[in-house]
Design a protein around this ligand. Structure first.
Ligand SMILES: Nc1ncnc2c1ncn2[C@@H]1O[C@H](COP(=O)(O)OP(=O)(O)OP(=O)(O)O)[C@@H](O)[C@H]1O
Ligand SMILES: [Mg+2]
Length: 280
């Protein structure tokens, strides 16, 4: 048996994905999203192995774990971004407010408005700052006229902490902003369609410490209005911004619980090894 296989098996033996044992269910109200027994395959290769987790409205959830453990794969399943990868196949059940997001009648465009996503590399459209924000509300028919659209653009930029920096240059290209500003523009764009959940995949990894601090501050402010899931390799960041932490390893959810518990008193040795920097 090779080492990979051994690690896989030992990780499976501690794969406690039953929400009752992992603490995946919050005491505080109904979860916004639930995943049950999710498996993801790329061709023959399994990338996610029987993961069950709840995501709550009142907390920021951090996904942590070594590179290649499946964090992005699982995140993408939560708004069906994996549909864009032809060899990806998913089994199991993921629900948003009880609705099966993989049901045939689910409108994927609508779903991605309800569950927005912010990527590692800021990806503004090659359009004006104004149009970057206005695009979603326009296609979803959220504004009845110019005035209402202006209001959505302004309030989204306000909530993303970018308004004062761009209010005099709304017609400039979004791509002309700094990296940190572009990332806040992408967050404003996600917010503009009034989502319920925001998924962020390493949103700060391309940013300097000051831009990172602004995004973290923003996550604090947005918490409560949206359910937020953030993938991060930065343990300090996970500890700072999240209330819940999920530790993934080799495609399995090893441990999920209160961030303070995960970082101070993890149940699993693998979690302890990872957060203390023994591997990853
Ligand atoms: N489009 C794809 N096609 C085939 N395999 C993929 C694809 N995307 C990811 N994988 C594989 O799935 C596994 C999980 O990858 P994923 O990108 O989800 O990991 P990750 O935890 O996000 O890693 P990182 O921290 O490096 O971003 C890896 O083995 C990876 O090679
Ligand atoms: Mg990733």
């Amino acid at each position: 048996m090779n080492d990979d296989k051994k690690m896989q098996e030992s990780s499976e033996s501690i794969n406690m994905t039953d929400p009752a044992t992992t603490g995946a269910t919050s005491e505080s109200g109904t979860p916004k999203m639930t995943a049950r027994n999710v498996n993801v395959f790329y061709g023959d290769k399994q990338a996610i192995n029987d993961v069950s987790i709840d995501v709550n409205m009142d907390s920021v959830t951090a996904f942590i774990g070594p590179s290649g453990c499946g964090k992005s794969t699982f995140l993408r399943c939560m708004n069906r971004m994996n549909d864009t990868i032809p060899i990806a196949r998913i089994t199991g059940d993921i629900r948003l407010e009880g609705d099966d997001i993989y049901a045939p009648q689910m409108d994927v465009v609508q779903l991605r408005a309800r569950v927005g996503m912010v990527f590692q590399k800021p990806n503004p459209f090659p359009k004006s700052i104004y149009d970057n924000i206005a695009y979603g509300p326009r296609i979803h028919g959220l504004a009845t006229g110019k005035e209402e659209l202006d209001h959505i653009v302004e309030s989204s930029l306000q909530r993303a902490g970018l308004w004062s920096e761009v209010k005099d240059r709304l017609q400039d290209s979004g791509t002309a902003l700094s990296g940190g500003q572009q990332q806040r523009l992408c967050i404003a764009r996600a917010i503009a369609v009034d989502p319920e959940v925001i998924l962020m995949d390493e949103p700060c990894s391309a940013l300097d410490p000051i831009a990172t601090a602004k995004i973290e501050e923003l996550i604090h402010e947005l918490r409560g209005q949206y359910a937020i899931v953030i993938v991060t390799h930065n343990m300090q960041q996970a500890a700072r911004v999240s209330q819940k932490t999920a530790f993934f390893h080799l495609g399995t959810l090893v441990e999920y619980g209160e961030t303070t518990d995960i970082f101070t008193n993890p149940r699993e040795e693998k979690t302890r090894d990872y957060i203390t920097g023994r591997y990853g």
